[in-house]
Design a protein around this ligand. Structure first.
Ligand code: B12
Length: 208
């Protein structure tokens, strides 16, 4: 069934992908397995894009399919999620970058794992992160970015938080090109490879 979902997404059969998702969930499939199938499908689509075998409209359609599947999964996972919120997180894709599929998955996983998430969307300037942290009182910020051009805005956001007297706020970063080296460059507290890493980092920080 997971393979059928992967095929439907990679073959851009939008209605089938949604129908298979519903069938899987109704049959008792673990919602996290459905998300893993989506991740594998996106990996395949990403490889095809890089090889020049598929193009930007397909990527956008894949993003839309993922959003719809997430909307289907969310209420089912929320039933299992902790009722009490663990803490607040402000998240967004940094200035100049509009990739949001991965950021949405991270926000979604934080949400269903008990965090109150303020999602600022894409192309978010440093000042907007500062403002959101001041307004919500969040102690954790997540910065997402997929472009090489995202490194400097990440660094600028970390600096802006410090300049606003918010040095105690923990900053995690992630996204396609991001790694430990970029974390050091940006001055962030942690790098997370995937959405579960984001959840584990946030859980670790609220325990401190
Ligand atoms: C989909 C996609 C797009 C879509 C985005 C749709 C959307 N709504 O997001 C569209 C078509 C819009 C797009 C546009 C562009 N793209 Co693009 N895109 C991709 C692609 C194929 C996949 C990215 C993706 O969503 N992957 C799926 C996610 C789910 O995968 P994931 O990384 O495993 O996700 C996990 C981690 O990233 C992590 N994570 C993510 N964020 C965070 C945050 C925190 C805090 C933590 C802890 C973890 C974390 O958790 C996620 C979930 O587990 C990549 C290639 C690739 N293989 O990465 C290129 C890619 C990123 N794009 C690229 C480029 C160049 C562009 C454009 C400039 C193209 C153009 N010429 O216009 C524009 C950029 C416009 C802009 N200003 O941002 C390049 C970047 C190259 C570079 N070095 O900068 C790439 C690498 C393709 C390539 N090889 O050339 N793109």
């Amino acid at each position: 069934m997971s393979q059928e979902l992967i095929n439907a997404i990679t073959e851009m059969r939008e209605d089938d992908a949604l129908q298979i998702t519903t069938q899987m969930l109704d049959a008792g499939a673990d919602p996290l397995d459905v998300l893993e199938a989506c991740r594998l499908a996106m990996e395949i689509i990403g490889q095809r894009f890089e090889a020049g075998d598929c193009f930007i409209p397909e990527l956008i359609l894949a993003g839309e399919m993922l959003n719809q599947i997430s909307a289907e999964i969310k209420p089912r996972l929320e039933q299992e999620a902790a009722r009490q919120k663990l803490g607040k997180v402000v998240i967004g894709t940094v200035e100049g970058d509009i990739h949001d599929i991965a950021k949405d998955i991270v926000a979604f996983m934080l949400d269903i794992n008990g965090f109150e998430v303020t999602d600022l969307g894409v192309d978010v300037p440093p000042a907007k992160f500062v403002e959101a942290v001041q307004q919500t009182g969040a102690k954790i910020v997540g910065l997402s970015g997929f472009l090489t051009l995202a490194y400097d805005p990440m660094k600028a956001t970390v600096q802006a938080l410090k300049a606003a007297g918010l040095a105690d706020v923990k900053v995690m970063i992630g996204g396609g090109q991001i790694d430990e080296q970029i974390r050091q460059y940006a001055g962030a507290d942690a790098y997370g490879r995937d959405a579960m890493a984001a959840v584990n980092l946030a859980k670790g920080w609220v325990k401190e």
